[in-house]
Design a binder for this molecule. Structure first.
Ligand SMILES: Nc1ncnc2c1ncn2[C@@H]1O[C@H](COP(=O)(O)OP(=O)(O)OP(=O)(O)O)[C@@H](O)[C@H]1O
Ligand SMILES: [Mg+2]
Length: 438
């Protein structure tokens, strides 16, 4: 291999050229002879040799200039150049190496020395080339493996997404038609119960007011009662008062339970809704802000002592996203209501030094949009973290249906092909992270 190499010999003295050529040809090398610098540059560019033997002292361009020119061109930069010169001070040699030469042979030269140096540099070049090639092969292999890995991970992702969707569908199927039927059947009679119960509460309260007025010490100075009372004895009036008071309590209970049942049915119907959700471009930050507003005011209306520090951090880059606004809004409300509940619970347990805080954050990523809902409430014990998305799972004895998160999961993962993740540390925080395809 080394001995069949192509060597370019450059010298402006024909005698030198002939001598060098014969030494190298005798060793089996292929030799090209060139008489000046410019021809050397052209010859090397047209057909790059494996090595160049280059005289320094030549008319313009001289050996240094030829060398610099070849090193500046990527096609010829790698060719090893050995300088040949009668100049042999240290300064000359340094100049030759600085110009890019790999070696320096002083004239007059010894045949053995020339051959030894030429062979050494051809060998180094050959090994370097082999190393470079191997390196390139390895790089290509690494690249290929990376690609295979990326494809595998993509396939895994798709499989997981499909599995998640199958689970959602199975869940829907298991609740199924029966739930839808029951919900429909129950809704009408329940409406009656609610209406009657509501008016019973009002009537009982009215009657009770009348009786209270009639039996209170101030009754004499008060205007005559509006109804004729059939009772004359105070004890009988007192008994009646007790009965009416019980009636009012009963009716209140009917009303409360009715409301709860109605809520269960409403949520079950959301669960089994069969019509496809209609998506429209929606300003996501506005949707989140609306859900926050709505929940906060309804909470304040129920309980005027309710107080939570709300931190919002909306990323303006989130922009418009194609979603079913009513369903996603419902999902957000469920998550925020859960957070409020967790904050209130913790506040009731230990109010001292505790600032109930809710953080709502939106973020735009290249492929997804993220909504973070974080509270510093009671947290979720690890052993129930896997159950919270199950329908009817609740820790809120009388207050919860346990359908909130199950619906939320269906809306985000099932309808919108998004992700819903929870992280929590008991007594420290709970964080729900929604990811939606952008
Ligand atoms: N932010 C939170 N902090 C602590 N626990 C939570 C939080 N969110 C959910 N949980 C737990 O998950 C359970 C299930 O929540 P989900 O919203 O499905 O039902 P629920 O809130 O109990 O009932 P509903 O939504 O009908 O009011 C809750 O009972 C509670 O134990
Ligand atoms: Mg809930």
């Amino acid at each position: 291999m080394v001995t069949s190499a192509d060597i370019l010999v450059v010298d402006d003295k024909p005698d030198n050229l002939r001598l060098l050529s014969s030494i190298l040809t005798n060793e089996g090398f292929k030799v090209r002879k060139v008489l000046n610098g410019q021809l050397a540059i052209d010859a090397a560019r047209i057909h790059p040799p494996d090595l160049i033997l280059l005289d320094i002292m030549m008319p313009q361009p001289d050996g240094y200039q030829v060398c610099q020119d070849l090193k500046a061109n990527p096609c010829t930069a790698d060719i090893p150049i050995i300088f040949l010169s009668a100049l042999d001070t240290v300064a000359d040699k340094v100049k030759a190496f600085t110009a890019g030469g790999v070696d320096f042979i002083s004239k007059p030269f010894q045949q053995e020395e020339v051959l030894a140096r030429v062979k050494t540099h051809l060998q180094i070049r050959q090994l370097t080339k082999a190393l470079q090639e191997q390196n390139q092969r390895l790089q290509a292999e690494i690249q290929q493996r990376r690609q295979v890995e990326a494809e595998l991970s993509q396939a895994l992702h798709e499989l997981q997404a499909t599995q998640e969707q199958i689970i959602v569908k199975e869940k829907l199927a298991s609740l199924g038609a029966l739930t839808a039927g029951i919900a429909h059947e129950l809704r009408n009679p329940l409406n009656f119960v609610m209406n009657y119960a509501e008016s019973s509460v009002e009537l009982a309260a009215e009657a009770l007011d009348e009786l209270t007025a009639a039996t209170s010490p101030l009754a004499e100075s008060a205007p005559a009662p509006a109804i004729e009372l059939p009772y004359s004895e105070p004890e009988r009036l007192a008994t009646l008062q007790e009965i009416l008071s019980d009636l009012r309590d009963n009716a209140t209970a009917i009303h409360q339970h009715g409301q709860r049942a109605e809520r269960i049915i409403r949520m079950m119907m959301q669960h089994t809704r069969t019509e496809p959700c209609e998506r429209k471009p929606t300003n996501l930050n506005e949707l989140v802000a609306e859900a926050l507003d709505l929940t906060y005011h309804s909470k304040r209306a129920q309980d005027s002592d309710f107080n939570v520090t709300i931190q919002t951090d909306y990323d303006p880059a989130v922009g418009m996203i194609s979603v079913s606004a009513s369903d996603l809004g419902r999902a957000l409300i469920n998550l925020i209501e859960n957070a409020y509940y967790a904050l209130q619970e913790k506040y009731h347990q230990s109010p001292v030094g505790f600032t109930p805080t809710l953080l709502i954050q939106t973020r735009r990523h290249p492929e997804t949009v993220e909504i973070r809902i974080r509270d510093n409430g009671i947290g979720i014990p690890p052993e129930i973290q896997t159950k919270i998305f199950d329908p009817f799972f609740t820790t809120k004895a009388a207050d919860g249906t346990g359908l909130g998160l199950s619906i939320t999961y269906d809306v985000i993962v099932g309808q919108h092909q998004g992700t819903l993740k929870v992280t929590s540390q008991p007594q420290v925080f709970t964080e729900f992270l929604i990811g939606l395809p952008a």
